[in-house]
Structure formats: structure tokens, C-alpha cells
Design a protein around this ligand. Structure first.
Ligand code: FNR
Length: 370
């Protein structure tokens, strides 16, 4: 259909299933084991209801905000997801161009299918890009990577800490292919595949290489601080205790995430973790920026998290799907849909600016459990 007919992120998703190769769909959509973590990420949003305020002036309503001090037109960013070229020949550059048009920030994956220089080259002057780091076991290789992305102008590091081994994503493992030569971009053999399937034999298994499995708060954070001045966010924090440790370690932020349910099955939905942190340690929100990703698909989803104190919400799959269907225009359209949904939700809530979104505006109600 023409892009103008796309009304919601769900439309991109259904269309992506039609246009993507079997393997690409399996890789993008899959999640771990029973897929419960992924399903529950989205369902968590449906347990939170709004208490709107009326009779408040909202004609001039702005969803603009800052993330780590960088301007963003929305409290939304692109979470780094690997292998955009699987869905579209221009790959991550589509997301870069679409993000620029929509005024939001793209976090570029360590496993991007374009080089970090190619992604940077697709950016407009002044456009903000963040970098998602998988830390190599060999410190010197990690230093080299950090130097590279610093010199290319990436503005922050999101260190992923929830992917020390590959999640068991069965759809992806079953869909046959061989991933070759990441240096030159992936090449695909759709036929065949090994006779015996290893449980981490999917794309995730091929991508997880020599990631450092011995990172610690005490050692890794000071070490990273010693090699770079870029702001540091820990991606994959999943409980209150680790949020406290991240704040104590002086991190600039945490991204509460279970990797879109692709790693540990039955890991807590990020929105629920955010809610728990808000209830028990509201002071943490003043010490560092807290973001979530996983399962957010609507403007109201974003607004719920912002009410609970998140500085911004990340999305992974929706941008992969949008670029697979329509390239950069699809990404820009996805952002404009979310913009419109977020502004509507803010107006209905009586919020003219991001700071007007407060915890009292959302309530967790589990009707089923009552
Ligand atoms: C990811 N994610 C991810 N995270 C990361 O730190 N490095 C990576 O290379 C990838 N790669 C990746 C590939 C694909 C296909 C997906 C779907 C996800 C996780 C990603 O950053 C983010 O946490 C989730 O995608 C958020 O969940 P939603 O928005 O996809 O539900």
C-alpha cells in the first residue's frame, strides 16, 4: 500500500511479515524460548491506565525534550538493533535519514550491517548519533572501537550488558542460513543449514563473538570512564538493585531493557521494572537519566513511561520493520505517527510539555487479577 495508508506501527509490522525474507522475519521478530518475555513486554503497557486532567491549556503542546543534553523532538529514540540490511539494501542509513527527518536520535548497533563510518556519513551535519557497545573481551579492541566511534562523532555510549551469551530464539535458529564475513557486511545462504541445530545456532549465536563475560560495576565502569569522556549509559539493567549500583558507579543513565525479550525468557517487562524503581527509589531519577525499551508500540505507551519518570523510550523492531517496507520514508512516517499519538495523549492528559507528565497521571490496575 502507499505509505499514506499506514496508520500505526502495527501496520508496518504486518506488512513487514509479507515483504521480508523468511530468515529476516525470523531474526527480527524472534524472542527467547517460550517468547513470554517479549509478549509480556507489550502486555505490561495494558496494565497501566491514565488519570487525565482536564481544563488545562494545551493548545501549545510540545513533546520536545533532551536526551543526555541532546535535543530530541520526542521522548523517543531508536534502540540499536543489528543487521538492518537484512530488511532493505540501504540498511541502517534508512534509519539515520528517517531519524533526522523526525528529529529523534538513533543508537547505532555494534552489529550494524553498515560500517560505523557509513552510518555516520548518512547523518546530516549536527545530527546526533549514539553508539551501542558490545565490549570485546580484549580491552585493547574495545579501546580501538571506542576511539573509532569517537572520531566519527558519535555522542554517547550505550554499553549492552544483557547479551553475554546468545538467547535461544527458536524461530531464528530453525530458519536456515550462514552468516559470513561481518567485515564486508553479511552474506546469506538461505538453503541448507547444519543437520544438528545448536540451540544458539541462530543469528544471535553467529553475532555473539568474544563479548566480555566478566564485566563488573567495580572494574568495567571506571575503566570505560578512563578511556572516554563520552556519556555512558548501561543498556540492559533489569532490577532496582542494579539501577542503584549504576547510579553509585556514576553512570549517566540506564536503559532498562530485556533486549526485546530476546535474551532471558520471563525477564521482567521493562515498564514494570520502571514502575518498581519509581515506587521504591524515586530519588534515582534525579541522579541519572532512566530510559526503557521493549514492547512500546504506541504514543500512549511512550507517555506512560514518561509519566513514571523515564526520560525517553526506545524502540527496536518498529524501525527495522518500517525501513524494510519503505526505507527512510517509512522510518520518518513511523516517527510522525508516534509524534501525533504522543501529542494527542498529552493533550488528553492536560499536559502541554513533557514536565507536565507526572506519576499521578498513571495507575497500575490489573483488572484480571482482581
Ligand atoms: C536487537 N537488540 C539489540 N540490542 C543491542 O544492544 N545490540 C544489538 O545489536 C541488538 N540487536 C537487535 C536486533 C534485533 C533484530 C532486535 C529486534 C533487537 C535489542 C534492541 O536494542 C532493543 O532492546 C529491543 O529491540 C527493544 O524491544 P522492541 O522495541 O523491539 O520490542
Amino acid at each position: 500500500p502507499p505509505l499514506g495508508r499506514i496508520l500505526s506501527l502495527a501496520d508496518f509490522e504486518s506488512l513487514a511479515q509479507l515483504v521480508l525474507s523468511h530468515k529476516a522475519w525470523a531474526y527480527y521478530s524472534s524472542s527467547a524460548d517460550t517468547t513470554s518475555a517479549n509478549v509480556e513486554n507489550a502486555r505490561a503497557f495494558s496494565r497501566f491506565f491514565f488519570n487525565p486532567r482536564v481544563m488545562r491549556p494545551v493548545r501549545d503542546c510540545s513533546p520536545a525534550t533532551k536526551i543526555l543534553g541532546f535535543d530530541s523532538s520526542l521522548p523517543l529514540f531508536v534502540s540499536g538493533a543489528a543487521l538492518a540490511k537484512l530488511g532493505h539494501p540501504l540498511g541502517e542509513a534508512n534509519i539515520t535519514r528517517g531519524a533526522h527527518k523526525g528529529g529523534i536520535i538513533q543508537m547505532v548497533s555494534s552489529n550494524a550491517s553498515l560500517s560505523f563510518a557509513e552510518v555516520a556519513a548518512a547523518a546530516e551535519p549536527g545530527q546526533t548519533l549514539f553508539f551501542q557497545l558490545y565490549k570485546h573481551t580484549d580491552d585493547s579492541l574495545a579501546v580501538k572501537r571506542v576511539r573509532e566511534i569517537e572520531s566519527l562523532g558519535y555522542k554517547a555510549i550505550f554499553l549492552t550488558v544483557d547479551a553475554l551469551t546468545a538467547g535461544k530464539r527458536e524461530c531464528d535458529v530453525r530458519a536456515p542460513w550462514v552468516l559470513e564475513d561481518m567485515e564486508n557486511g553479511p552474506a546469506y545462504h538461505v538453503e541448507g543449514g547444519p543437520a544438528d541445530i545448536a540451540d544458539d545456532g541462530g543469528t544471535a549465536g553467529a553475532l555473539v563473538g568474544a563479548d566480555d563475560q566478566n564485566m563488573t560495576w567495580e572494574k568495567t565502569i571506571p575503566w570505560l570512564r578512563s578511556i572516554t569522556k563520552l556519556p555512558l549509559v548501561i543498556k540492559g539493567v533489569q532490577c532496582l538493585e542494579d539501577a542503584v549500583l549504576a547510579a553509585e558507579a556514576g553512570c549517566d543513565g540506564i536503559l532498562i531493557s530485556n533486549h526485546g525479550g530476546r535474551q532471558l525468557d520471563y525477564s521482567m517487562p521493562p515498564l514494570e521494572t520502571l514502575y518498581r524503581i519509581r515506587k521504591r527509589r524515586p530519588d534515582l531519577f534525579d541522579k541519572m537519566e532512566i530510559y526503557i525499551d521493549g514492547g512500546a508500540r504506541r504514543g500512549t505507551d511512550v507517555v506512560k513511561a514518561i509519566c513514571l519518570g523515564a526520560k525517553a523510550v526506545g524502540m527496536g523492531r518498529p524501525f527495522l520493520y518500517a525501513q524494510s517496507c519503505y526505507g527512510a520514508d517509512g522510518v520518518a512516517k513511523a516517527i510522525s505517527i508516534l509524534d501525533s499519538e504522543i501529542v494527542k495523549a498529552m493533550k488528553f492528559l492536560g499536559a502541554a510539555k513533557i514536565e507536565d507528565l507526572v506519576p499521578e497521571m498513571v495507575e497500575r490496575v490489573d483488572w484480571q487479577a482482581k
